[in-house]
Design a protein around this ligand. Structure first.
Ligand code: HMG
Length: 403
């Protein structure tokens, strides 16, 4: 019996900054950000939002859309690299806010951006090993990507969360059991315990990503080195390819590399045409949200299914997940018949309703950090981080604060 993603829901913060405005403030040509990196806008979290509220809002939207009783969730996994405590996991706050029952395995996973996939694979294995009982897991990937103001990483920030219901009735994506993994200790990107912003060796991180893509893809195919035989390519049987997307140009580089590794003799024109058909359709939302670390690949999936799920029914997709440090995985999934019933993950509606802020307002929000407190009047999230009292983080519904 098939196992996979039954449904997805997305949440991104209400506030966004246009990259053309950032380029003007940093005195760089706008095309460097919009074409060179491929980013149009980035989502900014206000002080009353942290990774708990992002994850819980995505989870609440999913449980409501899927009409699932929280008591049915037997496993809750939250993947993040924006943890709020060295010991207490984000997942237990989310468990409480969503009203999930006591008979639940709950924990947080970390391995940079790869943790979302680690959680999805763990949940799928748990569902497969059900011993005859119906099992449903809730997987949430959520992050706030932060780099130093004025650094090369600044235009690749973002924030958001994707919640996925994993079970035996996958109406969004049937996961194949085969996957290829790759790991190695590299210092391409990390965030020491006392820092809010990541440290990154940017150009090296791009190389590490591409090396890991080659390693994971060859592992998937059970090969030691790239196949040279004509006609053996896998990528021409995958109708769309989705990549972890710190910025859309990274997916373009990845797609080109993948075609080469896969033995498809492509010139620049053929690679560009393949990119437009196979990879670009998955990038529309990430170009407007920025890097969401663990959630990035799944934001691509949610937006793709929302935009063209019906047309993709019966087709197979390739997915590549990369987490700095590093661990990576290449896997495939099929879009089931009936996907149109669950294709609305909320992406288009969220992006259409955002408020654009200017660079001084963005800098104020970033410098202010996660202070907690009252939500702004146009706040669209379902939970608010109200602050730390008596060494404890506290959360509330926005309505409860106003009362
Ligand atoms: P940079 O200094 O802006 O790089 O940093 P650049 O000067 O090479 O410019 C970028 C691109 O813009 C280049 O294109 C330029 O040619 C082009 P490319 O040669 O790469 O194709 N360009 C222009 N294009 C049009 N008009 C112009 C123009 N000028 C230049 N006028 C870098 C870029 C990505 C290094 C930086 O943004 C950074 O450090 N980002 C953060 C790290 C990152 O995202 N790494 C990606 C791989 S690692 C990963 O994905 C994991 C991660 O998500 C974390 C995790 O796992 O948790 C980050």
């Amino acid at each position: 019996m098939s196992v996979g993603i039954e449904r997805l829901s997305v949440y991104v913060p209400q506030y966004a900054l246009r990259l053309t405005d950032l380029a003007a403030a940093r005195d760089v040509p706008p095309e460097k950000l919009t074409a060179g990196l491929g980013v149009q806008e980035m989502a900014i979290a206000p002080p009353c939002e942290d990774v708990v509220t992002l994850a819980a809002t995505a989870g609440a939207r999913l449980l409501r859309a899927a009409d699932v009783d929280p008591e049915e969730i037997g496993m809750l996994l939250v993947a993040t690299e924006t943890g709020v405590d060295h010991s207490k996991p984000v997942s237990i706050f989310v468990h409480d806010l969503l009203g999930i029952g006591r008979r639940c395995r709950v924990y947080e996973l970390k391995h940079a951006c790869y943790a979302g996939t680690a959680a999805l694979m763990t949940a799928a294995d748990w569902v497969r090993a059900d011993g005859g009982r119906v099992r449903r897991a809730l997987v949430i990937a959520a992050d706030i990507a932060r780099y130093e103001i004025g650094s090369p990483g600044e235009p690749t920030q973002g924030a958001g969360a994707v919640a996925m219901l994993v079970g035996r009735a996958p109406q969004a994506l049937v996961l194949s059991e085969q996957s290829g993994t790759y790991a190695g200790n590299v210092h391409d990107f990390w965030r020491p315990l006392d820092r809010r912003e990541a440290i990154v060796d940017g150009k090296y991180s791009v190389e590490c990503y591409l090396d890991a893509l080659a390693g994971a893809f060859l592992a998937y195919r059970g090969l030691e080195r790239p196949p040279l035989a004509a006609g053996a390519a896998l990528t021409d049987r995958l109708v769309r390819l989705l990549y972890h997307t710190p910025f859309p140009k990274m997916a373009m580089k990845a797609h080109r590399r993948l075609l080469e590794i896969d033995g498809r003799a492509v010139d620049d024109d053929a690679a560009a045409a393949s990119y437009r058909t196979q990879a670009a359709p998955g990038l529309a939302a990430v170009a407007r949200v920025g890097n969401t670390y663990t959630a990035s690949l799944y934001l691509c999936l949610a937006a793709l299914l929302e935009a063209e799920g019906r047309a993709l029914a019966g087709e197979r997709l390739g997915l590549f997940s990369y987490g700095s440090g590093c661990c990576a995985e290449f896997f495939t999934g099929s879009v089931p018949e009936g996907v149109e019933a669950v294709a609305d993950a909320g992406v288009a509606a969220l992006l259409a309703g955002r408020t654009f802020i200017d660079v001084p307002a963005y800098e104020r929000l970033v410098r202010g950090g996660e202070a907690g407190g009252e939500p702004p009047a146009d706040f669209a999230g379902e939970f608010v981080f109200t602050g730390v009292r008596n060494q404890r983080r506290e959360y509330a519904r926005p309505g409860a604060l106003a009362a």
